[in-house]
Structure formats: structure tokens, C-alpha cells
Design a protein around this ligand. Structure first.
Ligand code: IMP
Length: 207
């Protein structure tokens, strides 16, 4: 069975990619589960650069027995708000400090958009996924979901900025959607499905 080492400590992300790739017979492991413990400096200027920096770092750190045998995958994601020139962008996790609660971060962003009309509140979630194939070939994909920043925090599902990110066609925030609804339209779902296509091409799987 082919193995993918995912450059994250986040088990939920590994679960999500497992869900989307489950019929392809790939085993998914987090880098921790594969025994790789490295600190990665994400000093890129785009989501795509940061995801590739993570993938390359883990690829380099692969133990001898895994070199040439496994895929390494990494993602980088965040929220970009048009009115704030793309903030918080690649700094989404670090915005106002890693330890600041999302209630505070979300209220701060709503406050910064005080008085701004709906048509100027546009925002998107972006997810870049980079993959290094067993032979060293590099692949990158990106998925986005368009929405706007609401006037209030709403919903208990999801995480991060979901309670302030509203999608017109659903008339609610992504924190008010079920996981299935969100995965079907989300930036991460789209990027993962695009990466699935790339993996199928590499493995010569049709479908
Ligand atoms: P990372 O991709 O793990 O570096 O996380 C980026 C950050 O972007 C997260 O900590 C969240 O603040 C934000 N983010 C990314 N995707 C989502 C999402 O689907 N909902 C809400 N916030 C998100």
C-alpha cells in the first residue's frame, strides 16, 4: 500500500484527507506518527510557498527506509479579507498571537470592518496543498471558497474564523454548516480533490 506522510501535527487534517482518498488505498500518517519531529520555519510569502516549504522539509527529513517509497504532503491555509488588503492571510493562525482566542480575533476583524457595506466585505478561505512524490516530483494545488465577513459571530461548528465567514448561497456562516456541507464546498475539500487527481495521474489510476 502507498503511504502519504502529512506534514502536520493536526489529526483532524489527516482524517479529512483520509476521508477524501479512502477509495484509493493510501495509508495516511502524520509526520509525528512517522517519527519525524522537526521544527519548520514557514517564511514563505504565499500559501503555496509555505506548503511547499513544509513538504520539502519533511521530505528531506525522511528516515532512510522511507526515502523513495512515500509521498510527503503539506498544506497551508488561511483567510484573506479584501477590505484589509488580504489580511490576515498567511498570518491567519498567528493573527493577534497564537494563544489569543478566536472569539477575540473574530470580534477584532468585525470591528475593523465597522461601517463597511456588504459589497466591500468580500473574503475567501484559501488552501494550498503541496506534495512531493516518491521520485521527488513536486506538485501543488490550491482551493478557495468565496464569502464575506458577517456582522456577528455565529455558529458552533468548524473552527478558527468559521463563525464570521458567511457564504451567500447558504445564507449562514461556515460554522453553522455541518462538516459534510462544509467539506463539499470548502477550500480544503477542493484542494484535496485536486490533489487526489494528481495522485491518480502519478499512479496511473483511472476513475
Ligand atoms: P494552518 O493551515 O494550519 O496553518 O492554519 C491556518 C489558519 O487559517 C487556521 O489556524 C485558521 O485560523 C485559519 N483557517 C484555515 N482554514 C480554515 C477554515 O476552514 N475555517 C476557519 N479558519 C480557517
Amino acid at each position: 500500500m502507498r503511504k502519504i506522510i502529512f506534514a502536520t501535527g493536526n489529526k483532524n487534517k489527516a482524517k479529512e484527507i483520509h476521508e477524501i482518498l479512502k477509495d484509493l488505498d493510501f495509508e495516511i500518517q502524520t509526520m509525528k506518527e512517522a517519527g519525524i519531529n522537526i521544527d519548520i520555519v514557514e517564511d514563505g510569502t504565499t500559501f503555496a510557498e509555505n506548503s511547499m516549504i513544509k513538504a520539502r522539509s519533511v521530505f528531506k527529513a525522511l528516515p532512510k527506509e522511507l526515502k523513495g517509497k512515500v509521498y510527503v504532503m503539506a498544506d497551508d491555509s488561511g483567510l484573506a479579507i479584501d477590505y484589509l488588503n488580504g489580511e490576515p492571510g498567511i498570518y491567519s493562525a498567528r493573527y493577534m498571537g497564537e494563544d489569543t482566542s478566536y472569539d477575540i480575533k473574530n470580534q477584532n476583524l468585525i470591528n475593523r470592518l465597522d461601517g463597511v457595506k456588504k459589497e466591500d466585505r468580500g473574503a475567501r478561505f484559501v488552501c494550498a496543498i503541496s506534495c512531493i512524490c516518491p521520485n521527488g516530483e513536486e506538485k501543488s494545488v490550491e482551493g478557495t471558497i468565496e464569502g464575506y465577513i458577517g456582522w456577528e459571530i455565529a455558529g458552533e461548528n468548524g473552527f478558527g474564523y468559521d463563525p464570521i465567514f458567511y457564504v451567500d448561497e447558504y445564507g449562514c456562516s461556515t460554522a453553522q454548516m455541518t462538516a459534510e456541507q462544509k467539506n463539499a464546498i470548502s477550500h480544503r475539500g477542493k484542494a484535496l480533490r485536486a490533489m487526489r487527481e494528481e495522485l491518480m495521474k502519478y499512479e496511473n489510476i483511472s476513475g
